[in-house]
Ligand binder design. Sequence first.
Ligand code: NAP
Ligand code: ZN
Ligand code: ZN
Length: 351
Amino acid sequence: MNITAVKAYGTKAAEAPLNLLNINRRKPTPHDVAIDILYCGVCHSDLHTARNEWHGTIYPCVPGHEIVGRVVSVGDHVSKFKVGDLVGVGCMVDSCRECEYCKEGLEQYCEPGMTGTYNSPDKHLNMQTFGGYSESIVVDENFVLRIPENLDLAATAPLLCAGITTYSPLRHWNVGPGKKVGVVGIGGLGHMAIKLAKAMGAQVVAFTTSESKFAEARRLGADEVVLSKDAEQMAAYRGKLHFILDAVSAEHDINAYLSLLRVDGSLALVGAPEQPLPVVAFSLIPGRKSFSGSMIGGIAETQEMLDFCGKHNITADIEMIGIQQINEAYERLLKGDVKYRFVIDMASLKK
Ligand code: NAP
Ligand code: ZN
Ligand code: ZN
Protein backbone atom coordinates (compact mmCIF):
# COMPACT_ATOMS: atom_id res chain seq x y z
CA MET A 1 0.00 0.00 0.00
CA ASN A 2 1.27 3.46 -0.89
CA ILE A 3 -0.69 5.17 1.82
CA THR A 4 -0.37 5.78 5.54
CA ALA A 5 -3.31 6.47 7.85
CA VAL A 6 -2.88 9.56 10.01
CA LYS A 7 -5.00 11.35 12.59
CA ALA A 8 -6.66 14.64 11.62
CA TYR A 9 -9.46 16.99 12.57
CA GLY A 10 -12.11 17.77 10.03
CA THR A 11 -15.77 17.82 9.19
CA LYS A 12 -18.11 15.67 7.12
CA ALA A 13 -20.78 18.33 6.49
CA ALA A 14 -21.18 22.13 6.41
CA GLU A 15 -23.35 22.14 9.55
CA ALA A 16 -21.29 19.61 11.50
CA PRO A 17 -18.58 20.49 14.01
CA LEU A 18 -14.98 19.44 13.39
CA ASN A 19 -14.06 16.09 14.89
CA LEU A 20 -11.30 13.51 14.98
CA LEU A 21 -10.95 11.70 11.62
CA ASN A 22 -8.54 9.24 10.07
CA ILE A 23 -7.18 10.29 6.68
CA ASN A 24 -4.71 8.81 4.21
CA ARG A 25 -1.41 10.42 3.22
CA ARG A 26 0.67 9.09 0.33
CA LYS A 27 4.03 7.47 1.04
CA PRO A 28 6.69 10.00 -0.07
CA THR A 29 7.64 9.83 -3.77
CA PRO A 30 11.27 10.63 -4.80
CA HIS A 31 10.42 14.37 -4.92
CA ASP A 32 8.51 14.53 -1.64
CA VAL A 33 9.23 15.73 1.85
CA ALA A 34 7.35 14.09 4.75
CA ILE A 35 6.63 16.54 7.55
CA ASP A 36 5.50 16.05 11.15
CA ILE A 37 3.24 19.02 11.81
CA LEU A 38 4.08 21.01 14.96
CA TYR A 39 1.77 24.02 14.57
CA CYS A 40 -1.05 25.07 12.28
CA GLY A 41 -2.63 28.52 12.14
CA VAL A 42 -6.41 28.97 11.91
CA CYS A 43 -7.32 31.12 8.88
CA HIS A 44 -10.83 32.47 8.32
CA SER A 45 -10.68 30.64 4.94
CA ASP A 46 -10.63 27.38 6.94
CA LEU A 47 -13.98 28.36 8.44
CA HIS A 48 -15.45 29.60 5.10
CA THR A 49 -14.46 26.25 3.55
CA ALA A 50 -15.48 23.94 6.41
CA ARG A 51 -18.94 25.57 6.37
CA ASN A 52 -19.18 25.59 2.54
CA GLU A 53 -19.59 29.37 2.46
CA TRP A 54 -17.78 29.52 -0.90
CA HIS A 55 -19.88 26.63 -2.28
CA GLY A 56 -17.51 23.92 -3.48
CA THR A 57 -16.34 22.14 -0.37
CA ILE A 58 -15.69 18.43 -0.83
CA TYR A 59 -16.37 16.44 2.37
CA PRO A 60 -14.77 15.22 4.48
CA CYS A 61 -12.85 18.48 4.76
CA VAL A 62 -9.65 18.83 6.78
CA PRO A 63 -8.67 22.53 6.81
CA GLY A 64 -5.33 24.14 7.69
CA HIS A 65 -2.83 25.91 5.43
CA GLU A 66 -0.52 27.69 7.85
CA ILE A 67 1.70 24.71 8.57
CA VAL A 68 5.02 24.57 10.38
CA GLY A 69 6.73 21.27 11.06
CA ARG A 70 9.84 19.13 11.01
CA VAL A 71 11.07 17.02 8.10
CA VAL A 72 11.00 13.34 9.04
CA SER A 73 11.94 11.82 5.69
CA VAL A 74 12.85 12.90 2.17
CA GLY A 75 12.61 11.19 -1.22
CA ASP A 76 15.72 10.17 -3.18
CA HIS A 77 15.60 13.19 -5.51
CA VAL A 78 14.98 15.83 -2.85
CA SER A 79 17.82 18.36 -2.82
CA LYS A 80 16.50 21.34 -0.86
CA PHE A 81 15.67 19.70 2.48
CA LYS A 82 17.01 17.08 4.85
CA VAL A 83 15.65 15.18 7.83
CA GLY A 84 15.37 17.45 10.88
CA ASP A 85 14.82 20.73 8.95
CA LEU A 86 12.10 23.08 10.19
CA VAL A 87 9.83 23.86 7.27
CA GLY A 88 6.57 25.51 6.31
CA VAL A 89 3.70 24.73 3.94
CA GLY A 90 1.17 27.38 2.94
CA CYS A 91 -1.96 27.37 0.79
CA MET A 92 -0.57 25.49 -2.23
CA VAL A 93 0.99 22.05 -2.57
CA ASP A 94 1.29 21.87 -6.37
CA SER A 95 0.55 23.59 -9.71
CA CYS A 96 1.00 22.71 -13.41
CA ARG A 97 4.54 24.21 -13.38
CA GLU A 98 4.33 24.80 -17.16
CA CYS A 99 1.92 27.67 -17.81
CA GLU A 100 3.17 31.27 -18.18
CA TYR A 101 2.12 32.13 -14.63
CA CYS A 102 3.88 29.15 -13.05
CA LYS A 103 7.01 30.04 -15.02
CA GLU A 104 6.82 33.60 -13.68
CA GLY A 105 6.55 32.38 -10.09
CA LEU A 106 2.84 33.17 -9.91
CA GLU A 107 1.77 29.60 -9.18
CA GLN A 108 -1.23 30.88 -7.26
CA TYR A 109 -2.69 32.01 -10.61
CA CYS A 110 -1.75 28.79 -12.46
CA GLU A 111 -3.93 28.51 -15.59
CA PRO A 112 -5.27 24.98 -15.08
CA GLY A 113 -5.40 25.82 -11.37
CA MET A 114 -3.06 25.36 -8.45
CA THR A 115 -3.54 22.50 -6.02
CA GLY A 116 -4.73 23.89 -2.72
CA THR A 117 -3.37 22.39 0.48
CA TYR A 118 -6.93 21.31 1.24
CA ASN A 119 -10.13 20.87 -0.74
CA SER A 120 -8.41 20.41 -4.14
CA PRO A 121 -8.23 17.29 -6.32
CA ASP A 122 -5.16 15.36 -5.14
CA LYS A 123 -2.75 14.60 -8.02
CA HIS A 124 -1.44 11.43 -6.36
CA LEU A 125 -4.42 9.79 -4.67
CA ASN A 126 -7.97 9.56 -5.90
CA MET A 127 -9.37 11.98 -3.34
CA GLN A 128 -9.29 15.62 -2.24
CA THR A 129 -6.27 17.16 -0.52
CA PHE A 130 -6.33 17.36 3.28
CA GLY A 131 -4.82 20.27 5.20
CA GLY A 132 -2.75 20.90 8.26
CA TYR A 133 -5.16 20.06 11.09
CA SER A 134 -3.36 16.72 11.13
CA GLU A 135 -0.33 14.88 12.45
CA SER A 136 1.69 14.95 9.25
CA ILE A 137 1.70 15.89 5.58
CA VAL A 138 3.63 14.86 2.45
CA VAL A 139 4.48 17.66 0.02
CA ASP A 140 6.62 18.04 -3.13
CA GLU A 141 9.81 19.83 -2.14
CA ASN A 142 9.12 22.67 -4.58
CA PHE A 143 6.15 23.72 -2.46
CA VAL A 144 7.95 23.57 0.89
CA LEU A 145 9.42 26.69 2.52
CA ARG A 146 12.42 27.30 4.78
CA ILE A 147 11.68 28.85 8.18
CA PRO A 148 14.10 31.55 9.43
CA GLU A 149 15.90 30.24 12.51
CA ASN A 150 15.45 33.32 14.68
CA LEU A 151 11.62 33.30 14.66
CA ASP A 152 9.31 31.69 17.23
CA LEU A 153 7.93 28.62 15.47
CA ALA A 154 4.29 28.78 16.55
CA ALA A 155 4.06 32.50 15.79
CA THR A 156 5.63 31.88 12.37
CA ALA A 157 2.87 29.49 11.21
CA PRO A 158 0.43 32.34 10.33
CA LEU A 159 3.00 33.85 7.98
CA LEU A 160 2.33 30.96 5.58
CA CYS A 161 -1.08 32.40 4.67
CA ALA A 162 -1.82 35.66 6.53
CA GLY A 163 1.78 36.82 5.99
CA ILE A 164 2.08 36.14 2.26
CA THR A 165 -1.50 37.21 1.46
CA THR A 166 -0.75 40.68 2.78
CA TYR A 167 2.96 40.90 1.77
CA SER A 168 2.26 40.16 -1.91
CA PRO A 169 -0.25 42.99 -2.57
CA LEU A 170 1.75 45.45 -0.43
CA ARG A 171 4.74 44.74 -2.72
CA HIS A 172 2.68 44.67 -5.91
CA TRP A 173 1.21 48.11 -5.19
CA ASN A 174 4.64 49.50 -4.22
CA VAL A 175 3.90 50.26 -0.61
CA GLY A 176 6.87 51.95 1.02
CA PRO A 177 8.24 55.28 2.22
CA GLY A 178 6.09 58.27 1.26
CA LYS A 179 2.93 56.14 0.89
CA LYS A 180 -0.07 56.37 3.19
CA VAL A 181 -1.71 52.95 3.42
CA GLY A 182 -5.01 51.88 4.96
CA VAL A 183 -5.53 48.41 6.44
CA VAL A 184 -9.18 47.45 6.94
CA GLY A 185 -10.16 44.67 9.36
CA ILE A 186 -7.61 43.92 12.06
CA GLY A 187 -7.82 40.14 12.23
CA GLY A 188 -5.24 37.53 11.26
CA LEU A 189 -4.50 39.09 7.87
CA GLY A 190 -5.00 42.71 8.90
CA HIS A 191 -2.63 42.64 11.85
CA MET A 192 0.08 41.13 9.63
CA ALA A 193 -0.56 43.83 7.02
CA ILE A 194 0.03 46.53 9.65
CA LYS A 195 3.33 44.97 10.71
CA LEU A 196 4.54 44.39 7.16
CA ALA A 197 3.50 47.77 5.73
CA LYS A 198 5.20 49.49 8.65
CA ALA A 199 8.41 47.46 8.11
CA MET A 200 8.28 48.47 4.42
CA GLY A 201 8.42 52.09 5.54
CA ALA A 202 4.85 53.23 4.83
CA GLN A 203 2.60 55.43 6.95
CA VAL A 204 -0.08 53.01 8.18
CA VAL A 205 -3.70 53.80 9.07
CA ALA A 206 -5.68 50.94 10.67
CA PHE A 207 -9.47 50.77 10.27
CA THR A 208 -11.34 48.66 12.79
CA THR A 209 -14.88 48.07 13.98
CA SER A 210 -13.62 46.84 17.38
CA GLU A 211 -13.16 49.36 20.19
CA SER A 212 -10.77 46.97 21.96
CA LYS A 213 -8.43 46.86 18.95
CA PHE A 214 -8.59 50.63 18.56
CA ALA A 215 -6.47 51.07 21.66
CA GLU A 216 -3.78 48.60 20.70
CA ALA A 217 -3.48 48.83 16.89
CA ARG A 218 -0.64 51.31 17.45
CA ARG A 219 1.29 48.62 19.29
CA LEU A 220 1.14 46.52 16.11
CA GLY A 221 2.70 49.44 14.23
CA ALA A 222 -0.19 51.61 13.03
CA ASP A 223 0.61 55.33 12.96
CA GLU A 224 -3.09 56.21 13.13
CA VAL A 225 -6.23 54.25 14.00
CA VAL A 226 -9.79 54.91 12.84
CA LEU A 227 -12.95 53.47 14.36
CA SER A 228 -14.71 52.77 11.06
CA LYS A 229 -18.21 52.99 12.59
CA ASP A 230 -17.58 56.67 13.35
CA ALA A 231 -18.52 58.74 10.26
CA GLU A 232 -16.64 61.79 11.49
CA GLN A 233 -13.38 59.84 11.93
CA MET A 234 -13.83 58.31 8.46
CA ALA A 235 -14.50 61.73 6.84
CA ALA A 236 -11.14 63.03 8.07
CA TYR A 237 -9.40 60.55 5.70
CA ARG A 238 -11.37 61.38 2.52
CA GLY A 239 -8.95 61.45 -0.45
CA LYS A 240 -5.91 60.86 1.74
CA LEU A 241 -4.75 57.25 1.10
CA HIS A 242 -2.56 55.91 -1.73
CA PHE A 243 -3.54 52.30 -1.17
CA ILE A 244 -6.00 50.31 0.94
CA LEU A 245 -5.77 46.62 1.77
CA ASP A 246 -9.20 45.28 2.74
CA ALA A 247 -9.02 42.09 4.85
CA VAL A 248 -12.61 41.96 6.08
CA SER A 249 -14.26 38.54 6.10
CA ALA A 250 -17.92 39.72 6.07
CA GLU A 251 -20.22 42.13 4.22
CA HIS A 252 -19.29 45.80 4.58
CA ASP A 253 -19.60 49.04 2.63
CA ILE A 254 -16.71 49.14 0.19
CA ASN A 255 -17.73 52.56 -1.15
CA ALA A 256 -16.94 54.16 2.21
CA TYR A 257 -13.32 53.04 1.77
CA LEU A 258 -13.03 53.91 -1.95
CA SER A 259 -13.85 57.50 -0.96
CA LEU A 260 -10.69 57.57 1.18
CA LEU A 261 -8.38 56.98 -1.83
CA ARG A 262 -6.37 59.72 -3.52
CA VAL A 263 -6.51 60.19 -7.31
CA ASP A 264 -5.12 57.01 -8.94
CA GLY A 265 -5.33 55.18 -5.63
CA SER A 266 -6.12 51.46 -5.43
CA LEU A 267 -8.11 49.34 -3.05
CA ALA A 268 -7.20 45.64 -3.10
CA LEU A 269 -9.48 43.05 -1.57
CA VAL A 270 -7.93 40.10 0.14
CA GLY A 271 -10.92 39.44 2.38
CA ALA A 272 -13.39 37.10 0.66
CA PRO A 273 -16.90 37.55 2.10
CA GLU A 274 -19.57 35.06 1.10
CA GLN A 275 -21.89 37.77 -0.29
CA PRO A 276 -21.17 40.24 -3.18
CA LEU A 277 -19.93 43.74 -2.30
CA PRO A 278 -21.80 46.35 -4.40
CA VAL A 279 -19.56 49.08 -5.85
CA VAL A 280 -21.05 52.43 -6.92
CA ALA A 281 -19.63 53.63 -10.29
CA PHE A 282 -19.06 57.10 -8.88
CA SER A 283 -16.89 55.68 -6.12
CA LEU A 284 -14.31 54.91 -8.85
CA ILE A 285 -14.84 57.38 -11.73
CA PRO A 286 -13.93 60.70 -10.07
CA GLY A 287 -10.31 60.06 -9.11
CA ARG A 288 -9.50 57.28 -11.64
CA LYS A 289 -9.51 54.79 -8.79
CA SER A 290 -8.91 51.02 -9.01
CA PHE A 291 -10.71 48.25 -7.21
CA SER A 292 -8.87 44.92 -7.33
CA GLY A 293 -8.04 41.70 -5.56
CA SER A 294 -5.07 39.54 -4.70
CA MET A 295 -4.63 35.87 -3.78
CA ILE A 296 -1.84 34.59 -1.52
CA GLY A 297 1.56 34.76 -3.33
CA GLY A 298 3.90 32.54 -5.33
CA ILE A 299 6.37 30.14 -3.75
CA ALA A 300 9.47 32.30 -4.37
CA GLU A 301 7.63 35.33 -3.00
CA THR A 302 6.53 33.35 0.05
CA GLN A 303 10.17 32.51 0.76
CA GLU A 304 11.06 36.20 0.21
CA MET A 305 8.35 37.16 2.75
CA LEU A 306 9.63 34.63 5.31
CA ASP A 307 13.19 35.94 4.89
CA PHE A 308 11.91 39.53 5.19
CA CYS A 309 10.13 38.57 8.43
CA GLY A 310 13.31 36.87 9.70
CA LYS A 311 15.30 40.02 8.98
CA HIS A 312 12.77 42.35 10.61
CA ASN A 313 11.84 39.93 13.40
CA ILE A 314 8.18 39.85 12.42
CA THR A 315 5.77 37.11 13.50
CA ALA A 316 2.05 36.95 14.25
CA ASP A 317 0.47 37.76 17.62
CA ILE A 318 -1.07 34.42 18.51
CA GLU A 319 -3.34 32.62 20.92
CA MET A 320 -2.35 28.96 21.16
CA ILE A 321 -5.13 26.36 21.33
CA GLY A 322 -5.43 22.59 21.43
CA ILE A 323 -7.17 20.97 18.45
CA GLN A 324 -10.08 20.08 20.77
CA GLN A 325 -10.89 23.84 21.02
CA ILE A 326 -11.21 24.35 17.27
CA ASN A 327 -15.02 24.64 17.14
CA GLU A 328 -15.02 27.22 19.92
CA ALA A 329 -12.20 29.06 18.14
CA TYR A 330 -14.31 29.27 14.95
CA GLU A 331 -17.16 30.87 16.93
CA ARG A 332 -14.75 33.44 18.38
CA LEU A 333 -13.29 34.10 14.92
CA LEU A 334 -16.77 34.99 13.70
CA LYS A 335 -17.01 37.61 16.44
CA GLY A 336 -13.59 39.12 15.62
CA ASP A 337 -12.58 37.89 19.08
CA VAL A 338 -8.96 36.81 18.56
CA LYS A 339 -5.74 38.75 19.03
CA TYR A 340 -4.83 38.09 16.35
CA ARG A 341 -4.44 34.49 15.18
CA PHE A 342 -5.32 31.15 16.72
CA VAL A 343 -2.54 28.61 16.30
CA ILE A 344 -3.14 24.94 17.01
CA ASP A 345 -0.44 23.13 18.99
CA MET A 346 -0.55 19.87 17.05
CA ALA A 347 0.88 17.90 19.97
CA SER A 348 -2.73 18.12 21.30
CA LEU A 349 -3.82 15.71 18.55
CA LYS A 350 -1.71 12.96 20.13
CA LYS A 351 -3.57 13.25 23.46
P1 NAP B 1 -10.25 37.23 10.72
O1 NAP B 1 -9.06 36.97 11.56
O2 NAP B 1 -11.58 36.72 11.12
O3 NAP B 1 -10.31 38.82 10.49
C1 NAP B 1 -11.35 39.46 9.80
C2 NAP B 1 -11.56 40.84 10.39
O4 NAP B 1 -12.56 41.50 9.63
C3 NAP B 1 -12.07 40.86 11.81
O5 NAP B 1 -11.07 40.72 12.77
C4 NAP B 1 -12.75 42.20 11.90
O6 NAP B 1 -11.76 43.22 12.11
C5 NAP B 1 -13.27 42.40 10.48
N1 NAP B 1 -14.71 42.08 10.40
C6 NAP B 1 -15.29 40.90 10.66
N2 NAP B 1 -16.62 40.98 10.47
C7 NAP B 1 -16.86 42.25 10.07
C8 NAP B 1 -18.03 42.95 9.70
N3 NAP B 1 -19.24 42.35 9.71
N4 NAP B 1 -17.91 44.25 9.34
C9 NAP B 1 -16.70 44.84 9.33
N5 NAP B 1 -15.56 44.23 9.70
C10 NAP B 1 -15.65 42.95 10.05
O7 NAP B 1 -10.03 36.64 9.23
P2 NAP B 1 -8.65 36.44 8.41
O8 NAP B 1 -8.20 35.05 8.62
O9 NAP B 1 -7.78 37.59 8.62
O10 NAP B 1 -9.24 36.46 6.93
C11 NAP B 1 -9.88 37.63 6.43
C12 NAP B 1 -10.52 37.32 5.09
O11 NAP B 1 -9.47 37.09 4.13
C13 NAP B 1 -11.37 36.05 5.08
O12 NAP B 1 -12.50 36.29 4.25
C14 NAP B 1 -10.46 35.02 4.43
O13 NAP B 1 -11.14 33.99 3.80
C15 NAP B 1 -9.74 35.87 3.43
N6 NAP B 1 -8.45 35.33 2.96
C16 NAP B 1 -8.11 35.59 1.68
C17 NAP B 1 -6.90 35.17 1.19
C18 NAP B 1 -6.48 35.54 -0.20
O14 NAP B 1 -5.60 34.89 -0.76
N7 NAP B 1 -7.06 36.58 -0.76
C19 NAP B 1 -6.03 34.45 2.01
C20 NAP B 1 -6.41 34.22 3.33
C21 NAP B 1 -7.62 34.67 3.81
P3 NAP B 1 -12.05 44.46 13.11
O15 NAP B 1 -12.40 43.81 14.41
O16 NAP B 1 -10.75 45.18 13.14
O17 NAP B 1 -13.15 45.27 12.50
ZN1 ZN C 1 -5.60 31.36 4.71
ZN1 ZN D 1 0.55 26.61 -14.07
